[in-house]
Ligand binder design. Sequence first.
Ligand SMILES: [Zn+2]
Length: 555
Amino acid sequence: MSHTVLQAAQPADLILTGGSVYTVDAARRCVEAVAVRGGLIVAVGFAHQLRDLIGSRTRVVDLAGRMLLPGFQDAHIHVASGGMQQMQCDLSAAGESRDAYLEAVARYASAHPDREWILGSGWSVAAFPGGIADRRDLDTAVPHRPVFLVNKDGHGAWANTSALERCGVTSDTPDPDDGRIERDPDGTPSGTLQEGAMRLVRDRLPQTTQAEWEEALRIGQQHLHRLGITAWHEASVRPDLQAAYMTLAERGELTARAVLALLWERPRGDEQLAQLVERRRAVGTGRLRAHTVKFFQDGVIGNYSAALLDPYVDAESRPTNERGPSLIEPNLLKRYVTLVDAAGFQVHVHAIGDRATREALDAFASARDANGRRDSRHQICHLQLVHPDDLSRFHALGIIANLQPYWATNDSYIPILEGPVVGPARSASMYRFAALQKAGAALAFGSDWPVSSADPLDWIEVATTRMVPDEPAIPPYLPDQVLDLPNCLAAVTIGAAYANFLDDETGTIEPGKRADLVVLDRDLFAPDAGPVTAARVCLTLVDGQPVYADPAFDW
Ligand SMILES: [Zn+2]
């Protein structure tokens, strides 16, 4: 293994030694020590091999058996929304209880008497029958000020009567093409706005200021560094958020690598391409990049907005007439994806249903036919339902399966909300990660935070067990679809780095790569390691510099 040690003329700045260094290189080697100089990894090997690199000013850190890994990367996340959730009325800690939400909203409103609007997020549709929340409940908590609360998955929102009145949403307001106003039997809006119907209120809210976005990013970034994350893919970016990222990067406050997926705006057409190209150019190629365009092709199953090949079912499991809308007409999607691909962008498509997934694959095939094969690394995220015939197309077309493993459990979503509307066969064939891998798909993991936990150890725990963490009584969901620990660790390091176009400089521990590293308090492969979620992050480094250190870690 001595060939991995560069014959370095100068001493290292930093040597981390005496640990279990899981390199995630092609051979998946495990060594003991890493040397860093000038922010780069200069040597990897066993302790005695790196001894010559210790100079008088080298900081030598004894890992004492802890595990050292490439910094974790999140291939699909909304960092700014996650940070913003913590700045507004945050319901994510109130469980799945209507009463707890109402109490939290009332408490927040009285603590913020100056806020004209009560804005927040993080409630779960699983707390309400059919996933539909009622404005009258919110009126009891906050009667006189408008309240607008986006749910945890971001595909619906809960508004009180004051908010609906102020925005002119009445029984006369038609549903938009890409959304639905839930209504009482007499047509009066009942308080839940699905998908595109959220714009009826959202477009009239006070604008988020650039300073607020920057603060949200700082909060989100700190949260992620604590979890060992050193790079991410911000999955849906409008110009105002891009401006906040660019300001942070210019000021040197961006301590992670971030790839921005620029949102394709559905109400617009081809003419937006020139702006996307200009936005990519403006960002450049430092820690911040913007080489991706994001399309939404469907919504989520629970509100019937996922695009399915076969119809949704009714309460007696009989097929209905509803298959869920394609948010972009499939031929138009082909055209847009081909256009964006020709401009050299990576394309990232949101697809939950099997029809949306197929439409995305068809669009990628069209783009390849028109533009030829290139290193495009297009990806489809979520992939809750994939038709068996489409599994092999990921490998054939070079499409990355961008997975959110934390969702693949028997928590309330699948048994209570989704199973009843898709029927037993489909509710027993979701999130088939092992099948995708077996079919040759490249895998990258992401959280979709703040939809669900940003902690990569949580995702790995679910991906390796298909169990809800800390809920041993709930049976595993499709346990034959588990992935093993080495493959999961690859999907949160080199797999996500590949999806982020950062694999040439990060994602593994190898000489010449950037020293983006994470130290865990235990070796996850040790027989007595316990559940993955029991591990703690001790230290996170980006370019060899600490961006998080546990105060208890002697560093
Ligand atoms: Zn997302």
